[in-house]
Design a protein around this ligand. Structure first.
Ligand code: FMN
Length: 431
């Protein structure tokens, strides 16, 4: 981590301290009378979500920038501001791993482009001062429909890894999914999150290992096991390979090659005998595997990576409790299909029987509204929170989530929706 951005003094990232500094600045200013400073203090303390039009008040933005990159989370105008800082902070191979899609990254781009074909229909003269963004999933109320997608190996992005993410998710109650190949153990993540997290499962080709992983996650309190089904075919991550060529470090100093070494570094495999395992991704998994898994999962079983109506229907026939429409953020197949584009066919096939979540390219509050209007129950974000993590640790993740939530609340109001149920097919039209 570079000295320019790190160490990160608490003063630079704590919003309360930023507000105080701003007030000190204005108190000393001849342009504002003392009464105005008092009014400003009230405004700044009122917080974003209750503030309506003030949520984008220029005075809320930290006024100073040093150079092209933001130097503190409070300076970010949108989630993209974190990406370039993450790029600067990370070794090229780690940034390449995060950024990469597959082949020419066309599906990665398609995920973003898909949102441009959907327009939002603004509604007027509705009292939207108070809005409620909560959603109910599996009988549990989430404060926000914006959840954190499972992202592997977060120690590659920040030393505090998933623990920093869990602490950030806790602040405003964002749900979180932990990867099998995360850098942190589920017990620690749940402790930091202050609530159960879902566990994302990569099945190995040794059933005993799969069983042990599920048992451990459920014992820790995970209410849902998320089986990722889109990594069975292998992949060509060219952007990663290209970036890695420019990395002068010796990768094998930290990563011993070979599958067994890879998993044995991951805390979720601690105490599990992985001797018979030869693969984590291409395991020849079929629907029989889903049936077998259904038999051992006590809580909810979720499939992540479904992108067709056929597979959605088959999943329901196998007793699956929810789907996540996903192409792994353009990191699985180079299909050129955006997830927002295939969402309607999956939603139609499911026909309200189970929740349908979605991820892939969500970068704006408007993207979230579009997905909910097309029938998604909630959305997950991947890379944006990792940009925040890599750039500034926990405060960076918090800022990314706050920006997405603030943007989402703003567009909800503009679409005339005071609660999630009021975001409907009539909230959008398709170009
Ligand atoms: C660096 C990285 C690692 C990922 N690791 C996993 C993983 O371990 N398991 C999984 O199901 N998905 C994984 N994903 C995919 C995400 O869960 C999610 O589907 C994707 O990031 C969403 O797209 P977005 O990054 O455009 O938001 C990973 C994504 C990235 C960028």
């Amino acid at each position: 981590m570079s000295d320019r951005l790190h160490p990160r003094p608490a003063a630079a990232t704590d919003p309360a301290i930023s507000r105080r500094k701003l007030l000190e600045f204005f108190s000393a200013s001849p342009i504002l009378a003392s009464g105005a400073v008092g009014a400003l203090a009230t405004l700044l303390e009122s917080g974003a979500s209750g503030a309506l039009a003030q949520s984008y008040d220029v005075l809320r933005q930290a006024p100073v920038m040093n150079g092209d990159l933001i130097a503190a989370p409070a300076q970010a105008l949108n989630v993209f501001d974190f990406e370039m800082v993450a790029k600067k902070e990370l070794p090229p191979a780690h940034y390449g791993y995060l950024a990469s899609g597959v082949d020419g990254d066309e599906t990665l781009k398609a995920n973003r482009d898909g949102f441009e074909h959907i327009r939002i229909r603004a509604r007027r003269l509705i009292d939207v001062r108070k809005i409620d963004t909560s959603v109910k999933i599996f009988g549990e109320t989430w404060a926000s429909p914006i959840a954190l997608a499972p992202v592997s190996s977060q120690g590659a992005f920040h030393p505090d890894a998933e623990l920093a993410v869990a602490r950030a998710a806790r602040v405003k109650g964002h749900p979180m999914i932990l990867s099998t190949v995360g850098s942190s153990a589920i017990e620690d993540v749940i402790k930091e999150r202050g609530a159960p997290v879902w566990f994302m499962l990569y099945p190995t080709d040794d059933w005993a290992v799969t069983e042990a992983l599920v048992k451990r996650a459920e014992k820790a309190g995970a209410p849902a096991i998320v089986l990722t089904v889109d990594r069975q075919g292998g992949r060509n991550t060219e952007t990663l390979f290209r970036e890695r060529r420019t990395d002068t470090r010796t990768c094998t100093d930290c990563h011993t090659p070979g599958f067994k070494n890879e998993v044995s570094r991951k805390p979720m495999f601690d105490g599990i005998d992985v001797d018979r395992v030869t693969n984590l991704y291409g395991t020849g998994m079929t629907w029989d595997y889903v049936r077998r898994l259904r038999g051992i999962v006590k809580g909810k079983l979720v499939l992540k990576g479904i992108v067709t109506k056929e597979d959605a229907k088959t999943a329901l026939d196998h007793g699956v409790d929810a789907l996540i429409v996903s192409n792994h953020g353009g990191r699985a197949e180079e299909s050129l299909q955006s997830t927002i584009g295939v969402l309607p066919e999956v939603v139609a096939a499911v026909n309200g029987r189970v929740p349908v979540l979605i991820d892939g390219g969500f970068r704006r509050g408007t993207d979230v509204l579009k997905a909910l209007a097309l029938g998604a129950t909630a959305v997950c974000v991947g890379r944006p929170y990792v940009w925040g993590l890599a750039a500034f640790g926990q405060p960076g993740v918090e800022a990314v989530l706050n920006i997405l939530q603030r943007e989402f609340e703003t567009i909800m109001r503009q679409a005339g929706a005071t609660k999630i149920a009021e975001i409907t097919a009539a909230s959008v039209d398709r170009a």
